[in-house]
Design a protein around this ligand. Structure first.
Ligand SMILES: NC(=O)c1ccc[n+]([C@@H]2O[C@H](COP(=O)([O-])OP(=O)(O)OC[C@H]3O[C@@H](n4cnc5c(N)ncnc54)[C@H](OP(=O)(O)O)[C@@H]3O)[C@@H](O)[C@H]2O)c1
Length: 242
């Protein structure tokens, strides 16, 4: 028995938790077939699967992670409405240079190498979308423009991801729009202590965490807008101005 290929599906990377999970749920609620990429299985993923999402595993730090995921997507979908690059690694840069270089390679693999391969290999499926235009969204960080030296390796890789979005906007127009969403303090990590949280919020004009919906609304608006490509949309409560 052959399974029908998904049409006009939305691929979300890193969809097992937090922002990626919200984006996958939001895209499903909008009626899009969803391909939820994950690295670590979670109960939330089981819920997504039960609701009809196709869940595909993969470690994007692996040098072949991007091409392998693209191959799996091509095996499951005949066309794509959107690719949302959400998967991300985040850490303070190590003091030891050998360790820091290892981190640099990891961030580059997840934030640059994998999205680069996915965009190239999935461009034909985006081109086959039945909608007027298809979308790629690169989720970067306000640190891509204004880096924090404590996280310099991470920031440099997010800046590269942002720059790649502009190349792909040029390369894939007019069928595919490519835009960037730059989160600020959307959802603290569990390891952020009370002092760090208070300091970040004191530097944020709107004075609170944004929450996953803030990113969901930005991505949804991009998908709805037929005339926006190569744009960089900050969703940061104004923190970049601090
Ligand atoms: N949260 C914020 O306030 C904030 C601020 C600035 C920018 N951002 C950006 O917004 C996006 C979502 O943020 P978030 O806080 O939800 O991110 P997160 O909690 O760090 O989650 C990232 C996702 O990426 C996956 N991932 C990490 N390394 C991977 C790898 N090697 N291969 C495959 N998947 C991998 C994680 O899977 P596992 O479950 O397996 O780890 C997780 O599902 C990210 O791009 C982040 O950089 C967020």
């Amino acid at each position: 028995m052959t399974t029908a290929l998904l049409q006009d599906a939305v691929l979300v990377t890193g969809a097992g938790r937090r922002v990626g999970l919200h984006l996958a749920e939001r895209m499903m609620a909008l009626g899009h077939p969803v391909i939820a990429h994950y690295r670590t299985p979670t109960e939330d993923l089981e819920r997504l699967r039960a609701a009809g999402a196709l869940c595909l595993p993969g470690d994007l730090a692996d040098p072949d992670g991007g091409p392998r995921l693209a191959e799996a997507v091509r095996g499951a979908a005949g066309s794509l409405r959107a690719v949302i690059h959400n998967a991300s690694a985040f850490a303070v840069t190590a003091t030891d240079t050998v360790d820091a270089l290892r981190q640099l390679d990891l961030f580059h693999a997840v934030h640059v190498r994998a999205p680069f391969a996915l965009n190239r290999d999935l461009a034909p499926l985006l081109g086959a979308c039945s909608a007027r235009r298809a979308d790629i969204v690169h989720i970067t960080d306000i640190y891509a423009d204004n880096p924090n030296p404590v996280f310099d390796a991470y920031c440099a890789s997010k800046a590269a991801l942002q720059n790649l979005a502009l190349s792909f906007a040029k390369r894939l127009a007019p069928k595919v729009k490519v835009n960037v969403v730059q989160p600020g303090p959307i959802l603290f990590k569990e390891w952020h202590g009370p002092e760090a949280r208070a300091r970040v919020l004191s530097e944020t004009l709107l004075g609170e965490e944004g929450g996953v919906e803030a990113i969901g609304m930005a991505v949804e608006a991009i998908l709805h807008n037929h005339y926006q490509t190569g744009a960089i949309v900050a969703v940061d409560g104004g923190r970049r101005l601090a």
